[in-house]
Design a protein around this ligand. Structure first.
Ligand SMILES: [Zn+2]
Ligand SMILES: [Zn+2]
Length: 334
């Protein structure tokens, strides 16, 4: 068993992550020590590194799309075994007692803690996680599974909150979108992909996944939409999407951070249209999502980076040069 590990550490927002060597953490009561195989790079990590999220616990190891193998079981852990493949999502701990937790809304827990934000995450060779929030995952390519842990899960929750759309708009065609598009398609929904204006590569990517239409976010789709999901952190997309959503339709904002939403005419909201956000996930979402994935096929498109290349992966995500999802790999795993 190794005693030291490599990790990418965020000392404070606005400066690059730093490659450091740290002691391998200890699995406390109820926790798993996990040998990380792969960790996805989420847009939330970028918001964290850029100082757009309040009160991170610093310094922190980012990363909340963790796939690895159980190395050590802490005291009292049941339901997992050493060597088992597991995943660690964004939701890392909830109180279990607040009015949100006791009403099936632990994603809104008043004192929730999040992986790679208030709890050290997966940009490291090892991580420790509360076993109650970990998911059993199948064998196979660890890096291909990693984006499911947030992009997939949040996309799934966003799709469910959109109602039952026949025609679904998707703004920002990155990691979450390319997964939710496949879910939507297999559920018999048509999806319409909106990318940065002129991003032909992203539009071709969306059409390759079966989009009914792909165009710039400044364009109008050929038909009205029943709902729209917004994954890009751009507030101006909210009124833009609302204009293309039919009566009774919903615009779901799925990112943790967004620039301000410009004013728009009330007429665009009239007709029982709604705007809502999706925040975090519940463990139930994860159970439902991974059960669903056992029945349908989702193929993740990934770009692999070594752990030490985390800053490069974040820079490419910031500039829109990742097709699908960026994933850090430790060199371990399938
Ligand atoms: Zn709570
Ligand atoms: Zn995320």
């Amino acid at each position: 068993m190794k005693r030291r590990m490599q990790a990418m550490l965020l000392d404070r927002p606005g400066i690059p992550l730093r490659l450091v060597e740290l002691p391998v953490p200890h699995a406390g009561s109820g926790e798993l020590l996990i040998a990380v195989e792969a960790c996805g790079v989420c847009r939330t990590d970028l918001h964290l590194a850029d100082g757009e999220l309040p009160q991170p616990r610093l310094p922190v190891i980012p990363g909340h799309e963790i796939v690895g193998r159980v190395a050590v079981l802490g005291d009292g852990v049941a339901g997992f075994s050493v060597g088992q493949r597991v995943g660690v999502p964004w939701l890392g701990w909830t109180c279990g007692e607040c009015r949100f937790c006791v009403s099936g809304r632990e994603n809104l827990c008043d004192s929730a803690r999040f992986t790679g934000y208030q709890i050290n995450g997966g940009y490291a060779e090892f991580t420790v996680a509360d076993a109650r929030y970990c998911f059993a995952l199948p064998n196979g390519d660890a890096a291909a599974l990693a984006p499911l842990l947030c992009a997939g899960l949040i996309g799934y929750r966003a799709l469910r909150l959109a109602g039952d759309p026949r025609r679904l708009g998707i703004y920002g065609f990155g990691a979450a979108a390319h997964i939710v598009a496949q879910l939507a398609k297999q559920e018999g929904r048509a999806f319409y992909a909106f990318t940065r204006p002129g991003d032909d590569a992203a539009q071709r990517f969306a059409l390759g996944l079966g989009a009914a239409w792909a165009g710039g976010a400044d364009e109008a789709p050929p038909q009205g939409l029943d709902a729209a999901l917004i994954f890009a952190p751009v507030g101006a997309l909210v009124p833009a999407a609302l204009r293309h959503v039919d009566k009774g339709g919903c615009v779901v904002c799925a990112g943790i951070h967004m620039s301000d939403i410009p004013a728009f005419p009330y007429a665009d909201l009239w007709g029982e249209r709604s705007i809502r956000s999706v925040a975090n996930l519940t463990r139930r979402d994860g159970i439902e999502f991974f059960e669903l994935l056992a029945k349908i096929s989702v193929h993740t498109t990934i770009q692999r980076f070594a752990l030490a290349q985390a800053n490069e992966a974040l820079a490419r995500l910031r500039s829109g040069h990742i097709e699908g999802a960026a994933v850090l790999t430790t060199g371990r795993g399938d």
